[in-house]
Write a protein that binds this ligand. Structure first.
Ligand SMILES: *Cc1c(COP(=O)(O)O)cnc(C)c1O
Length: 436
């Protein structure tokens, strides 16, 4: 398997290159080539198995002989010690695919853990330490920190905006120690991201350290997200109805991953793209005009993206053809009041507690069901556990929310961070001190 850039499809790089250098130098996005056509039989055969087994089978199809079967099996089973179950809300008609059973309680664990396992595999072949830099506004940092914790040959530096992530999210970043170092920046998420970008173009720093990124444009965070669409298909296929997935979206990595396995042959009848007021993709589907905007702050903050970086990938998967895109994806969007009302309605109707992102996905699915008369089984992706947004969820539902043990124990741990001003030179200086 090789990877071409969406900006120059005629040239391609190896998997290792795409993994360690997230972004091609022409600023396009990497896409796998050729994308194997696996066919319905392949998916029928693996769909009833565990997430790890499904990941192994698809990885084999992708990597061929590039990585041995034994190594691929080990790395997929190491990456996925948890399941992604479908919980029925309306028997035979609608369910939620719970993607929050991993260590950081959000779907981003799936991508981060697979990427970490692959980096660990390739790092064994070289003795140069890899330094991962990542800026986070919340969920990404936790998944990356936990995914890469104790991975040999890899050091992780996480930059987060001081005072702007939730207390439990901060604990996920700052209490692991070992090879994970948190930098608490006096500034915004954009400042953190600007510092990371500057590090990647600092020739002097790059001559001393081998830098890599774990941001969501890395194709190896996206590929494994396709595995749970297959796992979900395995849980609903006995209904013998077409399957529709609804994906609450921000940067559109999750939906691109679904479109990629659909392209590989998984029988997905349709997608619902559900967003908050950062509605550029639903507007594109309605009008055919794509106009990225600056992001608007909402209560579903992990989806506050005005210029989704994976739109290019999604369009590419549908042949850059608006009619084909529209035939496969329907868009819906909700403001904060509608989201709160949706969280209440879902709780009243199904006794199911959701985070605001998941509520938007379920609402999109309900809207699509009401609009189309066809018979199908709908699966909405539950992207985070409601306890990650505990104060909001408790306020909206007016009831206490349980915090799972693995998140609750973090509350008593001591935060360890390096507090820096939002200045590139300060970051560089402390980074070089921590790695020396
Ligand atoms: C990251 C995130 C999303 C958005 O996913 P994309 O792949 O960026 O579209 C949705 N919900 C939660 C909880 C997230 O953390």
């Amino acid at each position: 398997m090789r990877f071409y850039s969406t900006n120059s499809p005629q040239t391609s790089v190896t998997a290792k290159e795409a993994l360690f250098h997230s972004m091609p130098s022409d600023k396009g996005l990497y896409m796998p080539t050729p994308l194997p056509r696996l066919g319905a039989d392949f998916f029928e055969a693996i769909a009833g198995r565990s997430l790890a087994d499904i990941g192994f089978a698809i990885s084999q199809a992708l990597f061929g002989t590039e990585i041995s079967n034994a190594d691929l099996e080990e790395l997929t089973h190491h990456a996925f010690p948890f399941d992604t179950p479908v919980v029925e809300l309306e028997p035979g008609k609608m369910g939620v695919l719970e993607l929050f059973h991993g260590p950081s309680l959000a779907f981003k664990d799936v991508g981060a853990r697979y990427m970490a396992a692959l980096m660990s595999y390739y790092s064994k072949q070289s003795d140069k330490e890899v330094n991962i830099l990542v800026a986070t506004s919340g969920d990404t940092g936790g998944a990356v920190a936990m995914g890469f914790h104790n991975v040999p040959g890899v050091r992780v530096s996480i930059l987060y905006p001081s005072g702007r992530v939730s207390e439990l999210q901060e604990k996920q970043l700052t209490t692991l120690g070992g090879n994970v170092q948190a930098f608490e920046v006096d500034g915004s998420f954009d400042d953190c991201q600007a510092i990371v970008k500057q590090a990647f173009i600092d020739l002097e720093l790059n001559s001393q350290l081998s830098l890599s990124s774990a941001n969501s444009i890395n194709i190896f965070r996206l590929i494994p997200q396709g595995f749970y669409y297959v796992r979900a298909y395995g849980q609903v296929r006995q209904q013998e109805k077409p399957v529709v997935f609804s994906t609450p979206s921000g940067n559109f990595g999750n939906l691109s991953a679904g479109a990629m396995v659909q392209q590989m042959g998984l029988p997905i009848a349709h997608f619902v793209a559900a967003t908050n007021l950062n509605q550029v993709v639903p507007v594109y589907l309605e009008t055919g005009i794509y106009s990225p905007k600056s992001s608007i702050a909402t209560i579903s903050n992990a989806m506050d993206v005005g210029s989704p970086s994976n739109f290019v990938r999604l369009a590419n998967l549908y042949g850059n053809d608006y009619d084909r895109f529209k035939a496969n994806v329907s868009g819906y969007f909700y403001n904060d009041d509608e989201t709160r009302a949706g969280m209440r309605q879902i709780y009243d109707q199904y006794s199911y507690v959701t985070c605001p992102h998941t509520a938007i996905g379920i609402m999109g699915l309900q809207a699509y069901m009401n609009e189309t008369k066809s018979d199908f089984v709908g699966v909405a992706l539950a992207t985070a556990h409601p306890s990650k947004f505990k104060p909001l969820v408790e306020d909206v539902l007016n009831k206490p929310v349980d915090v799972p043990e693995r998140l609750a124990i973090l509350a008593d741990r001591t935060k360890q961070s390096i507090h820096i001003p939002a200045l590139y030179e300060s970051f560089k200086e402390s980074l070089l001190q921590t790695v020396s």
